[in-house]
Design a protein around this ligand. Structure first.
Ligand SMILES: NC(=O)c1ccc[n+]([C@@H]2O[C@H](COP(=O)([O-])OP(=O)(O)OC[C@H]3O[C@@H](n4cnc5c(N)ncnc54)[C@H](OP(=O)(O)O)[C@@H]3O)[C@@H](O)[C@H]2O)c1
Length: 247
């Protein structure tokens, strides 16, 4: 697929994570105008910056500008400040992908602490509410916007021992569905993808005996996300796209 993101201001929330890194590089291949990457850990940001600086120096290639912004998207004030600063400087945000997320599994309901429940709901669900709350007005003014969130197949069906995670990812699916209906007349698409296990280093370390070939490759998932960020998918709105690999 060929996309034109050359005039697009793109925000990748959680861009220093496993999927975020690969997704950012995919956007670079399409000569995006400006990419804002949010991070929390200074160390992870520096690592990614070093990698991307090398890519940007290569003769090609791209005139993309990359900026790094520290933010906790479970915090209303920080999220509002992030969005309003970008909009003040660039006039708009065309595309926002949030790849933030966290997982707690292996505990039954009675073993789960209140703080663990709150963490899952805050990171996996409340973050999408805060991001959407603050970015939608800018997208409405611009009569354009693409928002993509990452849910999980577990949001549709759980096998147990992950109730907080399952509830948060399930809530995200309904959130996307509801919010997408509210903005469809403003040429804004809000969708999410539902991966199973991603083929990441932490997952390989955690499950060394698993068959990695069945897991979802980050490149493959990035391709689906790019499609949802492009005008080729303008008729898709409020969807939860299955991305199950071979599981
Ligand atoms: N990994 C899987 O097998 C799998 C399966 C299904 C769905 N998913 C979903 O896919 C997405 C990407 O997964 P991944 O493996 O790439 O995750 P990851 O490597 O853990 O990356 C998540 C990113 O989100 C950031 N983040 C977490 N809480 C945040 C907050 N409050 N404010 C701002 N940023 C925050 C993290 O920053 P810090 O590292 O600094 O905290 C990290 O950069 C997530 O939504 C995940 O739930 C993953």
């Amino acid at each position: 697929m060929e996309y034109d993101f050359s005039n697009k201001v793109i925000v990748i929330i959680g861009g220093t994570g496993a999927l975020g890194r690969v997704l950012t590089k995919s956007f670079l291949n399409y000569h995006s105008k400006t990419i804002f990457i949010t991070y929390r850990s200074e160390k992870e940001m520096q690592e990614l910056k070093t990698e991307l600086d090398i890519l940007l120096e290569q003769p090609l290639k791209t005139s993309t500008t990359i900026e790094y912004i520290k933010v906790d998207v479970t915090n209303d004030k920080e999220t509002k400040r992030l969005i309003s600063n970008i909009v003040k400087r660039h006039g708009q945000i065309h595309i926002l992908v949030s790849v933030v997320g966290a997982y707690i599994g292996g505990k039954n309901v009675t073993q789960l602490d209140e703080s663990e429940w709150d963490k899952m709901i805050n990171i996996n669900l409340k973050s999408a509410f805060l991001i959407s709350k603050h970015v939608i007005p800018a997208m409405v003014s611009n009569n354009y916007g693409k928002l993509v969130y990452i849910s999980s197949r577990t949001g549709l069906r759980s096998d147990g021992y992950d109730s907080a995670y399952a509830a948060s990812k399930s809530g995200l699916i309904r959130f996307v569905e509801s919010a997408s209906q509210e903005v469809k007349k403003s040429n804004i698409n809000i969708n999410c993808v539902l991966p199973t296990i991603l083929d990441t280093e932490p997952n390989r370390k955690e499950m060394p005996n698993a068959d990695f070939s069945k897991w979802v490759k980050l490149d493959d998932l990035s391709k689906v996300i790019l499609f949802l960020c492009s005008d080729d998918s303008k008729i898709i709105n409020g969807a939860s796209i299955p991305a199950y690999g071979l599981l």
